[in-house]
Every structure is written in structure tokens, then in C-alpha cells.
Design a binder for this molecule. Structure first.
Ligand code: AMP
Ligand code: GLY
Length: 430
């Protein structure tokens, strides 16, 4: 058993993932005080929010001290990459989220690729480039489709799946030309994998780990997986394409070797390891690691937990995760992201959102890019605005309830995909 649970928790971030974390932590039987920075208009209805940006490391450490937070749970990758966990640990405040050295698994795709190759964890073949001409020669030798990736963080936009050589060449010139600043000073050119993707979230504490329920994201902006990549337009859990046998294979070939590789590299990892996996015809292959919970994966994974999230994350932070028996509800969850029309490119802010006065108990609206205007109305304040999650005894039930709620939300610039979960729904036998 982990030691006494903390009575006050600071959640860092202000998106749909953090709203879900706040709700799940508040549901702990330990009844902790939960505060958030910077939060959003929806989180502010559940927890006191402090207007400190997620990249203001000094401000966040000072806040944790001032508010006597006994535990900090970090949502986004940027504060982790900037060393928030290192500084909190130095200040004697337990934290869930890896130190900067561990966050490099997300902050540098080249660092990760080198670890994957060194430890023989299945992943696509790749070349690393910092000059245009050798990169162009490499793509010409490999042919299209081919994938061009900025090495560093690029808010989910640093990957181009080029269907033609011309697209690949443009992406190479743009990225090495400085499109993402220092993040694309080096690029990775990777063979294109085919198959369905799944997101495997793993709570890691050194060499111990707990695998959370499976989920599947929908990365493209348009129905039928068309248009540009986004941060994620909707999710469902469980991802039934990951059968129990396949999950066992993923654990053996990817999860355990990854956790051991990360420990073997001396990264002393405590936090979520999010493994993006392509289920290729020849087996599961790692697309990426993220050093945090997924967004919007969190919005379908956490509502399905029957275990106390606070106890789970605290056990990880206390290095007492060994033997944690995770309980999962036998439900399906589906989340539709309501975005501002125009996202992931230009979009307007400040559009008034009116939520239906009542929603079924199975539906939760998690806020992402929302704020209050001068009149106290909830308005859009980001690309991804809301995450509408529904639980159901079938995926169909969950989808119907989520979409009914999305349709009932009033917001003139709302946009959402109509086909979240369709792959699994169409696969399901009547
Ligand atoms: P990432 O930012 O690494 O998650 O990549 C964004 C998306 O690009 C992934 O979710 C995949 O859909 C796609 N992608 C990344 N790498 C590959 C690859 N090697 N082959 C095919 N698609 C990829
Ligand atoms: N939904 C994908 C991510 O969080 O990176």
C-alpha cells in the first residue's frame, strides 16, 4: 500500500485532459483539495484555478509552495520538457510526470528513435538529417509514401505523411528551413507504416508499470481520416482491435522492453508513458512516445477506471506501484472533440457557447479551449474547445449519447467529426 494519500493536489495545464484529471482526482475517496493552473472556464467550475501559464516553471513551483500542494500532477509536455518535475522534486514536492531527461522521449523524436533501435523495439526504419540535399537524396531512394518528422516539439504539427515525393521534398525544405525553429533543425525521415493506430497509456514508476485501458484517437481533422493532422479529434475506449492476445504481444514486445530501456538509460521515469502504436500487418510498431497522458485519450480512459486515480498516481510517485491492481469498468467510452471551425489552421475565438441545460448522466462535457468573456459567458478560446464524453454498455450507445449532446451544444463556430468510433462500429458484428 502506498503511504497516506495527499490532501491537496495541483494539476498543471488547461485542456480537456486536465479537466478530466481534475474530475477524476476530485472523485477520489480521499476527497483531496484540487487546484489547477492555468485551467479553463470549465475547470474553474470544479476547482480553484490560478492564472499561471503551464510554461512558467518558477511561477508553478511558487504556486505549489504557496498553496501547500502535497502532490503535483502535470498534464502537458512543455512544462515537463522545461524541467518542472526536476524543480518540484528539488523543492521536496512529490510530482507525477517525468523529469526533463525523461520528457526528452517526447521532446526529441531522434532521441526516442535511437533508444527504440538500440533496444530492438519494433519501429519504422528511419534516417536522421540536418541538411536538405542528403535528405532529398534519401527520400528519392526510399520513394513515397514517406514520413517527415521535425525532431522537437511542434504542437502535434511536426509530422508530414507525404503521399508523393513532391510533398516530401516540400516538407523537408520547410522544416530544415526553420518552419518549427529549433524543433526542426534536425528531421527524421521514416518509412510509412500502414494499419490502425492505438494509444497505449502506461503509468510508469521506474521499472514498475500499470497499463491503462486501450483507446484509439482520430488524428485527422476530417471525416474518413482526411485533411491535416490535429492534436486529436475524438477517441474511444476500449479499442477492440487490440484483442487480449494482441495486448499481451504489445506488452511483451513493446511495453516491458520500453520501460526497461528507459530505466536502462538511467532516465528514472515516473509518469505516463504514452506509446503510439501502429498495428501493421506484420505486428505492432512504435510510432512515438509521449511523456504524458494523451488528449483526448484521457477523456475516455480515466472515466473507465474503477480504481482511485489519486491512489494510482500517488503510488507511482512514491515508487510503490508494484502490485497495484487496476480495476476497469466494463463500459465503452467515446469522446467527440468539438473544435472551432478552421482548426488546425486559423480559427476565431470569443464565440459564445451554450450547453444544454440538462445532459444524461452518461455524458460529461470536458472543457479545453474555453474562457469567460466580460459578460461572464463561456466562450471559445482555443482550437479544440470541448471534449464530449459518453459512457455506454456498447460503443453504439456511447456514440449516440455523445453525438446527441454535441448536436445540442450551441456555438456558431462549432465543428466536429461525425465518424468518431466508426471503424470499430462498422467492424462490430450485429
Ligand atoms: P506523431 O506526432 O509522431 O504522433 O505523428 C502524428 C501522426 O502521424 C501519427 O499519429 C500517425 O498517424 C502518423 N505517423 C507518424 N509516423 C508514421 C509512420 N512511420 N507511418 C505512418 N504514419 C505515421
Ligand atoms: N491525442 C494524441 C496526443 O495526445 O498526442
Amino acid at each position: 500500500m502506498a503511504s497516506t494519500l495527499p490532501s491537496s493536489v495541483l494539476v498543471v495545464g488547461g485542456g480537456g485532459r486536465e479537466h478530466t484529471l481534475v474530475r477524476s482526482l476530485l472523485a477520489s475517496p480521499a476527497r483531496p483539495r484540487v487546484i489547477c493552473a492555468p485551467g479553463n472556464a470549465g475547470i474553474a467550475q470544479d476547482a480553484t484555478c490560478f492564472p499561471i501559464a503551464a510554461d512558467d516553471i518558477t511561477g508553478l513551483v511558487a504556486l505549489a509552495r504557496r498553496e501547500k500542494a502535497e502532490f503535483v500532477v502535470v498534464g502537458p509536455e512543455v512544462p515537463l520538457a522545461l524541467g518542472l518535475a526536476d524543480q518540484l522534486i528539488d523543492a521536496g514536492i512529490p510530482v507525477y510526470g517525468p523529469k526533463a531527461a525523461g520528457a526528452r522521449l517526447e521532446a526529441s523524436k531522434i532521441f526516442t528513435k535511437e533508444i527504440l533501435l538500440k533496444y530492438k523495439i519494433p519501429t519504422a526504419a528511419a534516417g536522421i538529417f540536418s541538411e536538405v540535399e542528403p535528405a532529398l537524396a534519401y527520400v528519392r531512394s526510399r520513394g513515397a509514401p514517406i514520413v517527415i518528422k521535425a525532431d522537437g516539439l511542434a504542437a502535434g504539427k511536426g509530422v508530414v505523411v507525404a503521399l508523393t515525393l513532391a510533398e516530401a521534398e516540400t516538407a523537408i525544405r520547410e522544416m530544415l528551413g526553420g518552419r518549427f525553429g529549433a524543433s526542426s533543425r534536425q528531421i527524421l525521415i521514416e518509412d510509412c507504416l500502414t494499419g490502425e493506430e492505438t494509444s497505449i497509456l502506461v503509468v510508469v514508476s521506474g521499472r514498475d508499470y500499470v497499463i491503462l485501458p486501450t483507446s484509439q484517437d482520430h488524428k485527422r481533422i476530417g471525416d474518413g481520416d482526411t485533411g491535416p493532422n490535429t492534436g486529436g479529434m475524438g477517441t474511444y475506449s476500449p479499442a477492440e482491435v487490440v484483442t487480449p492476445a494482441l495486448l499481451a504481444r504489445i506488452e511483451n514486445e513493446i511495453v516491458r522492453p520500453s520501460v526497461n530501456a528507459i530505466a536502462g538509460e538511467g532516465l528514472d521515469y515516473c509518469g505516463t508513458l504514452f506509446i503510439g502504436i501502429m498495428l501493421t500487418p506484420t505486428g505492432p510498431s512504435v510510432i512515438e512516445y509521449n511523456a504524458r497522458f494523451g488528449d483526448p485519450e484521457t477523456q475516455v480512459v480515466l472515466p473507465r477506471l474503477d480504481s482511485d486515480l489519486l491512489a494510482l498516481l500517488w503510488a507511482a510517485a512514491q515508487r510503490q506501484l508494484d502490485g497495484f491492481a487496476l480495476k476497469v469498468k466494463p463500459t465503452h467510452a467515446l469522446c467527440v472533440v468539438v473544435a472551432a471551425r478552421g482548426y488546425p489552421d486559423k480559427f476565431a475565438k470569443g464565440d459564445v457557447i451554450t450547453l444544454p441545460p440538462t445532459l444524461p448522466a452518461s455524458v460529461t462535457v470536458y472543457h479545453a479551449g474555453t474562457s469567460l468573456n466580460a459578460a461572464g459567458q463561456i466562450v471559445t478560446n482555443g482550437g479544440r474547445v470541448l471534449g464530449v464524453t459518453a459512457l455506454g454498455s456498447t460503443l453504439r450507445q456511447a456514440a449516440d449519447a455523445a453525438y446527441a449532446a454535441c448536436d445540442a451544444i450551441q456555438c456558431t463556430t462549432k465543428y466536429y467529426r461525425r465518424d468518431i468510433g466508426a471503424k470499430q462500429l462498422n467492424r462490430a458484428k450485429p
